[in-house]
Design a protein around this ligand. Structure first.
Ligand code: AMP
Length: 308
């Protein structure tokens, strides 16, 4: 097993200045696994849905190369539902509804054949669930990546710190990095978070790109592609993580040098996601489009300076 992903598979309802959706399919696990499957044909997803969830979406994930044997379907229960409304700047949003439903008592079970993944992605879920998945892993993966959010810092601080100590890479946004470290400077925040245990930290800054830090105090910055229209930012961070880890698992190289490339592939994946509502853009993404987009990133930051 190359890449094991744990994350929510959900119904979302999204409102942006451009319009409003009905119930559409979302969830961090959906975005991560679809993005990762673009690079790797050996991706498996651990999640839980209710009886109300369309089987056709799980079939669709299978077609895209995501193994859904670890997605539990609970009879007589409803799927996780999340609803959010974006402000005019499209960078900030209010959560309108969070109905945990089956996610509220999710007890993840990693099928036997997925217990020695080379790469493990712990999507944004309760730290207890993330820890439970780690405890079922039989061989230390090459890389364990954890995504989290302010909600868990408020609700389960000690459990979150305990799971952060066990992973190699943490991905969070700038405000969350400040909350987690108590430092305003992102450079100081990064060092404090790395002192907890992880070897690398990715700080996502939305339309302002992403920063990658390591313990040797090296820093890499990737811009976000300046897009004419951001339609729906939901899942951008998850698509970023899926692209990042999908690329690393396909190349099997976890050096800092290769992580810089992975950050660009993650950023490219996020730039696609925000172009349409929900998962629509990720589901129809071709390799050619991906190559062209990565070239745009290269062109965006390449310049020649001769230092004398
Ligand atoms: P992002 O825009 O990257 O924060 O991810 C949005 C996705 O995360 C949506 O598709 C939601 O279904 C999912 N989501 C929102 N809140 C939670 C939560 N508390 N636990 C798990 N998944 C969530």
């Amino acid at each position: 097993m190359s890449l094991l992903v744990v994350g929510s598979v959900a119904f979302d309802q999204i409102e942006t200045p451009f319009g409003k959706t009905g119930k559409i399919i979302g969830g961090a696990g959906s975005y991560i696994s679809l993005a990762a499957a673009h690079f790797s044909d050996d991706v498996a997803l651990i999640s839980v849905v209710g009886e109300d969830f369309p089987k056709s979406f799980l079939d669709r994930l299978n077609t895209e190369g995501v193994n859904t044997k670890g997605v539990e379907v609970v009879k007589g229960r409803k799927s996780f539902f999340w609803s959010g409304k974006y402000h005019n700047d499209m960078n900030t949003r209010d959560t309108l509804v969070t109905e945990l439903n089956v996610l509220g008592d999710f007890n993840p079970v990693v099928p036997k054949e997925f217990r020695s993944p080379d790469f493990l992605m712990l999507g944004n879920l309760s730290p207890q669930v993330q820890m439970e998945v780690i405890s079922q892993i039989e061989k230390r993966p090459k890389l364990v990546v954890l995504d989290t959010m302010n909600f868990w810092m408020d609700m389960a601080w000690d459990e979150l710190i305990a799971v952060i100590r066990k992973v190699d890479v943490v991905t969070i946004n700038d405000e969350e990095a400040r909350q987690l470290s108590g430092e305003y400077s992102l450079v100081k925040a990064a060092q404090k978070i790395l002192d907890l245990g992880p070897k690398y930290l990715v700080i996502k800054k939305g339309e302002h790109g992403a920063l990658l830090f390591n313990r040797a105090k090296e820093v890499f910055f990737a811009p976000a592609l300046p897009l004419e229209e951001v339609f729906d930012p939901t899942g951008a961070g998850d698509s970023f993580a899926g692209g990042f880890l999908g690329y690393l698992s396909a190349t099997r190289d976890v050096s800092f040098r290769n992580m810089k490339r992975a950050i660009i592939f993650g950023s490219a994946m996020a730039s696609f996601t925000v172009e349409k509502f929900g998962l629509e853009r990720l589901e129809n993404l071709t390799s050619n489009e991906m190559d062209e987009r990565v070239q745009e990133f290269i062109d965006l930051v390449q310049f020649d300076i001769a230092l004398v």
